[in-house]
Design a protein around this ligand. Structure first.
Ligand code: PMP
Length: 369
């Protein structure tokens, strides 16, 4: 089969060929069971084995400590914007660090459930740099502090998670890691809860991953739906209601694929982090060296996953995109709220895909400058 085009979608996004091929080969009959995964009871032994393995592989990959629960839920990132305050806020106060569109949405939604305080914002910088943690005005009594650790639209990433304890806060840190989950290791010493939709780096839309420290369970507001009560979900091993079985299966295949990745001596998350740094550097270095393209994000917090960029002459946007499609480079159009272009280069994007993009950009510049 001929290689597929490189797909730079921000999500749902490209998946590793090996994962899709494996799923295709098992579509009608999973390992001699006579059933496809979509057709299995979530309570049967076959799916039980798939789910247990997926959870164990994710725990291994992200080095999730024993006192954290891994939950497979539904509702997506925006669902979690309500589910987190319903479970963690106790109706009191929570702090939000505004760094782009997604944290802005999280803050707005939380206002329905608690006093949502903006402790810092980079809005005045058009979301192009992170507010210095030393300047955050954290509440003494916050039930949690929310951060979007990778802003998918603005292309801003926390290269290092904030250390709330060092900032004098006792509140647990909540991270929305939807768009960089499993692209690098997680420092769990600094995190109380992490959530993310699967549809960028892990699998199909419909699966939401929540990783939560056990002391944060059991404080949900009465209005919290049972299916979204973390304690209920945890007590039932993510089987309180029917979990997104297909998503868990595909994410499980992706976890196995990730575990097997290597870069030199490195494996798993360390390998992916090294590869993702190399991919991002190649693209940012090219953009910075060119007078034809621009990325406006401060180099200290540029996302390794989502690279928004602009042509200096925006009248060439359509020509750029149609030429890219012809060159086998798909879905490079930027988010409508910021315009321009965006190359999302998640785990499934090989270095060769970024090299192909840079070659195309160089050639487009040469022929249009
Ligand atoms: N948070 C982030 C960082 C995202 O990138 C997205 C989706 N682009 C969301 C939340 C929303 O996720 P969903 O569409 O699954 O609700």
């Amino acid at each position: 089969t001929s290689p597929r085009p490189y797909n730079f979608s921000a999500g749902p996004a490209a998946m590793p060929d090996a994962v899709l091929e494996r799923a295709a080969s098992e579509m009608l009959d999973w390992q001699g069971s006579g059933m496809g995964v979509m057709e299995m009871s979530h309570r049967g032994k076959e799916f039980g084995a798939i789910c247990t393995q997926a959870e164990a592989d994710l725990r291994f990959l992200l080095a999730v400590p024993e006192n954290f629960h891994i939950l497979f839920m539904q509702g997506g990132g925006l669902g979690e914007n309500a589910i987190v305050p319903m479970n963690l806020s106790r109706g009191t106060r929570a702090d939000f660090i505004i760094t782009g569109s997604w944290s802005t949405k999280s803050h707005k939604e939380a206002q329905r459930y608690c006093t949502a305080n903006i402790a810092a914002t980079n809005a005045a910088d058009q979301h192009t740099r992170l507010p210095d943690p030393a300047s955050w005005r954290l509440s003494d009594d916050a039930s949690y502090v929310h951060v979007c650790s990778n802003e998918t639209i603005h292309g801003v990433e926390f290269q290092e998670l904030p250390d709330l304890a060092a900032l004098g806060s006792k509140a647990p840190l909540v991270i929305d890691f939807s768009s960089h989950v499993a692209s690098r290791p997680v420092d769990w010493n600094r995190v109380g809860l992490a959530f993310g939709g699967a549809q960028k780096n892990l699998g199909p839309a419909g699966l939401t991953i929540v990783i939560v420290r056990d002391d944060l369970l059991g404080h949900a507001l009465d209005i919290c739906p049972s299916a979204f009560n973390y304690k209920t979900v945890a007590d039932n091993g993510s089987m309180y209601n029917t979990p997104p079985t297909w998503g868990i299966y595909i994410a499980g295949l992706t976890f196995q694929w990730l575990r097997a990745q290597t870069e030199g001596e490195l494996t798993g998350m360390a390998a992916m982090e090294a590869r993702n740094i190399a991919k991002a550097r190649l693209l940012y270095d090219f953009i910075d060296a060119s007078p034809f393209y621009v990325n406006k994000v401060d180099p200290s917090c540029r996302s390794r996953m989502n690279v928004p960029f602009f042509l200096n002459d925006e009248s060439r946007n359509d020509a750029f995109l149609s030429g890219a499609r012809e060159a086998g480079l798909l879905q490079l159009k930027g988010h409508k709220s910021v315009g321009g272009m965006r190359a999302s280069i998640y785990n499934a994007m090989p270095l060769a895909g970024v090299q192909a993009l840079v070659s195309y950009m160089r050639e487009f510049e040469r022929s249009h400058a």
